[in-house]
Design a protein around this ligand. Sequence first.
Ligand code: FE
Length: 180
Amino acid sequence: MKALESVLVEKGLVDSAALDAIVDYYENRVGPRNGARVVARAWTDPDYRARLMNDATAAIAELDFNGRQGEHMVAVENGPRVHNLVVCTLCSCYPWPVLGLPPVWYKSAPYRSRAVIDPRGVLAEFGTVLPDDTEIRVWDSTAEVRYLVIPERPAGTGNLTEDELAALVSRDSMIGTTLI
Ligand code: FE
């Protein structure tokens, strides 16, 4: 993306600020909202949750989210004793249809190596400090399989609608670097 950006800017085809705004739009706003809808549905509909855990690609497609880099999805669920964290150690594989464009840190060499070697330390840097007895499972995305973390539904949200629940779910929680 950056290489493409510098070529386009150099040639005067785009201005850098406009491009940054577009990237921000897909990285932070539009993209991850799809994943948040999947999470909110899983929290509110036990049958949907079961289908999602069984075949995430099909369950995500039920909500009309499909396309490139989302063909083979696996949902992994956080629980009281289990926390899931997604990385792509090789490059930057990421589930585009549900999360949009990957953030810069996801593609960085330090995240890619340290998420595997020291997941607890990486999580702490995101402000996510887990109890010592929480098992951390690290999932390495590939061209074949992309992961979506289903965070735990926060306590005290029993009265919220599906839309309100979706609004609580951050992009980072679906990568697993934060709890919600
Ligand atoms: Fe990759």
